[in-house]
Design a protein around this ligand. Structure first.
Ligand code: ATR
Length: 289
């Protein structure tokens, strides 16, 4: 690629930035669409975040950013405007420019919804959904599900109090959705799974194949669609057990892809080349297709 004086720049803002697939995915998309854009990592220590955001506002080439750990929450107070999603979730993962203003959005939850639609043809309206976890990822997914008309969301978390806090926020934002909080070791898990059309792992359990299972996988019911937000390994033990129980399964790559595609569209105004982006991700992860 040829970088010019006017090349438009998008950055990934985080600290530290170890293994990230976003530069690969976004640059593949820019190059496929023949856009004079470049996506680069930008490691910014927490104590420098304010100055970094100020620098973005005077950088004429700047067109957008993804925001990752540890800045997703703190950056809320540093942007000019926020989407309703970012405001409710309390985290920003995407910055773009709107009429010269820095706009903070959250595309994680929408990315998950799109992966359900595209990979399983599933709409969440009217569905009963069980989410494992109550951290940042669970929060983004739960809000997107509640706003899309889920009938019931059962939050199951190791620390029940965290599920309670998230449940009460969700009830405030989506009063028509029935939200419950449960603890992971409560005896009601088999019933909850049986009653849920969609089951999602939003915890970090499974990132390592050595992780002990979150719960007794014999509880899976063949009628559920089972999703894991983890994209590496391609099939976690959670998903493998669900598949063996006869469930349809979806891994986390689709959410990574779609949140990136939504960012691309905000920055360029063009439709994201999904196949190109997916191939870039699968190639880097060594997935079989
Ligand atoms: P993320 O931003 O990826 O969601 P997080 O906010 O740290 O990360 O949340 C991690 C989630 O995984 C939490 O729901 C956490 O449960 P607790 O709230 O009880 O900490 C869950 N989690 C992590 N390790 C776990 C384990 N070994 N068993 C069960 N749940 C676990």
């Amino acid at each position: 690629m040829r970088i010019k004086g006017k090349t438009k720049i998008c950055v990934l803002l985080g600290y530290p930035l170890g293994h990230t697939l976003s530069p690969l995915m976004q640059n593949a998309a820019f190059s496929y669409r023949r856009l004079d854009y470049l996506y680069v990592p930008w490691e910014v220590r927490p104590e420098n975040l304010e100055r970094a955001v100020a620098a973005l506002q005077v950088w004429e080439n700047f067109r957008g950013a993804n925001v990752t750990i540890p800045h997703k929450e703190r950056i809320l107070g540093l942007v000019d405007r926020l989407s309703p999603e970012a405001q409710a979730i309390g985290a920003v993962n995407c910055l773009s420019l709107r009429e010269g203003c820095l706009f903070g959005d959250n595309t994680d939850g929408k990315g998950f919804l799109l992966s359900l639609q595209e990979e399983a043809g599933v709409e969440v309206e009217g569905k009963r959904i069980l989410l494992f976890g109550a951290g940042g990822a669970a929060r983004a997914v739960a809000f997107a599900l509640a706003w899309s008309g889920a009938r019931r969301i059962s939050l199951v978390n190791r620390t029940r109090e965290k599920a309670e806090v998230l449940a009460s926020h969700l009830r405030g934002f989506a009063p028509s959705c029935h939200v419950e909080a449960h603890s992971l070791d409560g005896g009601d898990l088999p019933d909850l799974i049986r009653e849920s059309e969609i089951v999602v792992n939003c915890t970090s359990v499974g990132l390592s194949p050595k992780d002990p299972p979150l719960f007794d996988h014999r509880f899976f019911e063949a009628s559920s669609l089972v999703c894991d937000l983890i994209y590496n390994p391609q099939e976690t033990r959670f998903l493998e057990a669900a598949r063996r129980a006869g469930c349809r399964t979806i891994g986390g790559l689709g959410m990574l892809l779609h949140q990136g595609a939504l960012s691309f569209e905000l920055w360029t105004g063009e439709k994201a080349p999904l196949q190109t982006m997916r191939r870039a991700l699968e190639g880097a992860l060594g997935f079989r297709t």
